[in-house]
Design a protein around this ligand. Structure first.
Ligand code: ZN
Length: 130
């Protein structure tokens, strides 16, 4: 959109200069000036769109990042106090890795942090939290 406006502005500016340069009467001079004015208006529109996009681009990431912060805080709260939260975290039975003491689901095959194996034939067993 902005590029189209910019190209149109440059075209009408060149056209205006050409008309103005080759003008043989006052009417043709005015035509050239009008074309240059149209170019200026198009350039103004392009810069307005540009600054709107800049403002939106600066604002939107902040707005979309906010819920992520909230859920991270909720996740941190759920991890630090697994029994208190009533969220999704408590619906999965939790256990503790015997190697690194990370909170992991009881049915995990391996620890997500240290990679300790809890499958068949392994001596590691997840310690139930409750
Ligand atoms: Zn571990």
């Amino acid at each position: 959109m902005r590029v189209v406006l910019f190209v149109l502005a440059v075209l009408s500016l060149l056209m205006g200069l050409a008309i103005f340069g080759g003008a043989k009467s006052a009417v043709q001079e005015i035509e050239g000036l009008i074309s240059i004015m149209i170019a200026a208006i198009l350039l103004t529109g392009a810069s307005i769109i540009d600054s709107i996009q800049w403002a939106v681009g600066k604002t939107l990431p902040v707005l979309s990042r906010a819920p992520v912060y909230t859920s991270t805080a909720a996740a941190a709260a759920a991890t630090s106090d697994p029994g208190a939260s009533t969220g999704i975290a408590t619906s999965v039975p939790k256990g503790q890795c015997p190697n690194c003491e990370t909170q992991i689901p009881l049915d995990s095959v391996a620890c997500i942090k240290c990679g300790a194996n809890f499958g068949h034939g392994s001596s590691w067993r997840i310690r139930p939290t409750r």
